[in-house]
Design a protein around this ligand. Structure first.
Ligand SMILES: [Zn+2]
Length: 152
């Protein structure tokens, strides 16, 4: 009987190389092997029984509520956040929107506060004032009636 440092006992002086290599490789791939085995097991009929059994156990013990709670929180976040964002945007837009009449042609103009907007009717660039009325921003953009004369 010969004792080796790795704890492998040999009989009749057989070479231990194969046994040692096998031990090393099995140790390296142990985690992956377990995961693969678990995946294969869950896909097998007995694994399905365990999977659904576990689900039923969660329901019966009331622990399924944890899963539903997390879904509820997720659902609330997904639905409330866009609605709140939309309401906030509408509130902001309502505060920023100014409705008035074009000082040049009298057509109704809707624009954002402090922003120049083109009158859809006469094309003048009009700007909102603090009072909420519109004023022509650039006088050169105002339409000017010109009496043209033909030159012979
Ligand atoms: Zn106009």
């Amino acid at each position: 009987m010969q004792s080796l440092p790795l704890g492998v006992s040999l009989r009749n002086g057989a070479t231990p190389t194969c046994a040692v290599d096998d031990n090393r490789s099995s140790g390296t791939y142990k985690v992956a092997d377990i995961l693969l085995a678990a995946g294969r097991f869950l896909q097998s009929p007995s694994g399905q029984v365990v999977l659904w059994g576990g689900l039923v156990w969660l329901v019966l013990t009331g622990r399924i509520g944890i899963i539903f709670d997390s879904f509820l929180v997720l659902f609330a976040v997904v639905t409330i956040v866009p609605v709140a964002a939309m309401l906030g945007f509408r509130w902001w837009i309502n505060r920023q929107l100014v409705q008035g009449t074009c000082p040049s042609c009298g057509a109704s103009v809707t624009g954002l506060k402090g922003r120049a907007v083109n009158c859809a009717v006469c094309g003048n660039i009009v700007e909102t004032e603090n009072t909420g009325n519109f004023s022509v921003k650039d006088p050169s953009s105002a339409t000017i009636d010109i009496d043209a004369k033909e030159i012979d």
